[in-house]
Design a protein around this ligand. Structure first.
Ligand code: FE2
Length: 299
């Protein structure tokens, strides 16, 4: 199967279109690779404003409240609920190595977090504004959505020294629609390099089958069903290094991973996942929203 993947020396990179709309060569590159890198989509000032707002939200988070959740296996269920209920909230998730043996944070709070999610784009005015610029709306529209809606937002901290590895996966495993419609929009709020754990993609891997599907069971827990046992052709991975302000757009089936951040520099990023509301959204997807907070597009 991997022999059918395109032989690219690097992932496709373009200067971001000024009005946001992907042109034919960008769309073609996205179709071939399953990922396209648009440099300079946002200004450093826009990235700085989002980082500053994230810091304010982090300041309001008390890690003591979730310490037990992460310190014992017996509370796995509680851990799951904190995650499962976060689809329409703003919640904070710590790095696996955040606490030392005595239960104290190894690093300051800001450098202990793995991510914040999953509805900042609908609950926080600064995140809402960043997520719904006319430029991003134009980029999304140029990818052929009928009724685009932002299903989730995540602020990824990838902190220095303890930022964990993310193993190879497809986002449609977690954000599944019928037919599949998920596309990820990943913004570099700080420079991402191989040294601090940038994303890496298998170019053309979005043509491979969906390898797994995560869903809720009747008793409210999450399981991941393996649909395809074939291992990823990881030797074909290419880095998506991204200076500040870069937008990486990737197909929900595009296999990607990121190595641990063992460097001295954080690697903050913001991601949005967009689905087409014209597609069916299963009621057993992990991410469910209260009727009080309906999905919104870019209007
Ligand atoms: Fe992902």
């Amino acid at each position: 199967m991997s022999n059918e993947l395109p032989d690219l020396a690097a992932l496709p990179v373009f200067d971001a279109p000024e009005d946001g709309e992907l042109d034919n060569s960008m769309r073609r590159a996205f179709e071939i690779a399953g990922v396209v890198i648009l440099r300079g989509f946002c200004s450093a000032a826009e990235c700085g404003e989002l980082q500053a707002r994230a810091n304010e939200l982090v300041d309001s988070f008390d890690p003591a409240g979730v310490r037990s959740v992460f310190s014992t296996n017996s509370q796995q269920q509680l851990d799951d609920n904190y995650f499962i209920e976060s689809g329409d909230k703003i919640r904070f998730f710590l790095e696996a190595d955040a606490f030392d043996k005595s239960g104290q944070l190894r690093q300051p709070k800001r450098n202990s977090l793995n991510k914040m999610g999953h509805a900042m784009h609908d609950l926080d005015p600064v995140f809402d504004r960043f997520s719904r610029t006319p430029k991003l709306a134009a980029a999304v529209a140029s990818l052929g959505f009928e009724r685009p809606a932002i299903i989730q937002s995540m602020y990824i901290f990838k902190p220095p020294r303890i930022g964990g590895e993310v193993v190879c996966h497809q986002d449609s495993t977690y954000i599944y629609t019928e037919p599949e419609s998920c596309i990820g929009f990943w913004f570099a709020l700080e420079g991402a390099t191989l040294e601090n754990g940038c994303m890496q993609f298998i170019p053309g891997g979005h043509r491979l089958p969906l390898k797994a599907r995560n869903h809720r069971t009747a008793d409210g827990t999450l399981v991941t069903d393996v649909l395809d046992e074939e291992p990823w052709p990881e030797e074909r991975r290419l880095p998506a290094e991204a200076p500040i302000g870069t937008l990486v757009i990737f197909d929900g089936r595009a296999p990607h991973m990121s190595a641990a951040n063992l460097s001295e520099h954080s690697r903050h990023a913001y991601t949005l996942h967009v689905i087409d509301e014209a597609c069916h959204y299963p009621s057993d997807n992990w991410l469910q929203r209260s009727p009080d907070l309906p999905l919104r597009g870019f209007g």
